[in-house]
Design a protein around this ligand. Structure first.
Ligand code: SF4
Length: 341
């Protein structure tokens, strides 16, 4: 079966369980009810969740708090035991886990055990990695554990261009890691994980698109995903953004300031469908809350419902309903807009 179709089927399967299906109906009903009436009510549990294996990273990417080590929140690694506690509280409703937030997931030695826990519970698991730790044996462990989707960051086709953003990284490691996963899949007779190369378009690599397309074919990855760059530091933003405006998610407003092309939305499904749990159990609204400034509560200590339906979460949903411009992290957020080219 074609990789895209097979992946869609793998994504659908976890939600064919009656309890998860019914939860999805309740979640979308409350979300669309909220869009019609302005209500911030939430009638279910998330369909998907991101869980952060670690905040640590081996690279130093200039637009990333992990790489720059600029977090103000505690940093560390989630244990396999705590991961199982979190998953246990969500598995009746949630069918998709993104094993990634900040940091490089493979730095956590319990990472493949986390994948296996998702597989055991019939949950689709996905991750995003810089591929530097994908040795032959780690790639085989990953395939055996049952990972369904692996996104590998490759933002350059020469060492210079790659390490311009992926500071401290080696392109050869990315290529080697890719080969190891594809070979492990073949050797073990498995179809997953689906392997996706992610290429973020910056000023220094926009000319490399034809070559990365050629390379993706040569390596036989399942998909090449080309993404617009997100920038956080407004003062230095322009040095990173491509010259070709069509490859950027930003435009200049009348005052000459950068703004998102599709700003002004007043809703966001993430607060109904897909939050993130940090390595120490804090539930945050989404992956844009990198420093966990808007934590709703700790899911290791409390019931998930208590946190998800609690005062802090309700308050955040109400603020968002008044407009994304009311919340700092939502102003530079691409949710609901086009970021893939
Ligand atoms: S940052 Fe974006 S995804 Fe997160 S809550 Fe705000 S609008 Fe939603």
């Amino acid at each position: 079966m074609y990789a895209g179709l097979r992946d869609s089927w793998e994504l659908t399967k976890p939600f064919l369980r009656p309890a998860r299906f019914w939860n999805a109906v309740k979640v979308y009903a409350s979300y669309y009810w909220g869009r019609m009436t302005g209500s911030a009510a939430q009638w279910g549990k998330p369909l998907a969740v991101g869980i952060e294996p670690t905040t640590a990273c081996n690279l130093g990417c200039p637009q990333c708090p992990s790489g720059l080590n600029t977090f103000t929140r505690p940093t560390g690694k989630m244990t396999a035991e705590k991961f199982a506690v979190v998953v246990d509280k969500l598995a009746d409703a949630c069918g998709y886990v993104t094993l990634y937030f900040q940091g490089e997931p493979y730095i956590n030695k319990a990472f493949t055990a986390m994948i296996a826990e998702c597989t055991k519970r019939g949950i689709y698991s996905a991750t995003s990695t810089n591929a530097h730790f994908l040795t032959e044996s780690v790639a085989e462990e990953t395939v055996q554990a049952g990972l369904k989707r692996m996104i590998i960051s490759i933002d350059g086709v020469t060492q210079d261009s790659y390490s311009h953003y992926r500071v401290g990284g080696q392109l050869e490691k990315v290529l080697e890691g890719t080969r190891h996963v594809l070979n492990a899949r073949k050797k073990l007779g498995k179809k997953n994980p689906v392997v996706i190369w992610q290429f973020i378009v910056f000023a220094h690599n926009e000319h490399e698109l034809p070559e990365v397309k050629r390379l993706a074919k040569e390596y036989g990855v399942d998909k090449l995903a080309i993404k617009t760059a997100q920038v956080y530091d407004a003062e230095n933003a322009e040095q990173w953004l491509p010259v070709d405006d069509k490859k950027s998610r930003y435009q200049k407003n009348e005052q000459g300031k950068l703004e998102l092309k599709y700003a002004g939305l007043r809703h966001c499904s993430r607060l109904w469908t897909n939050p993130v749990v940090t390595w120490d159990g804090n539930v945050v609204p989404c992956c844009f809350d990198k420093d966990a400034e808007h934590g709703f509560g700790n899911v290791i200590d409390e019931d998930f419902e208590t946190v998800w339906q609690g005062e802090k979460a309700a308050e955040f949903r109400k603020r968002l309903k008044k407009g994304r411009s009311n919340i700092e992290i939502c102003r530079n957020c691409s949710e609901g807009t086009r970021v893939w080219l």
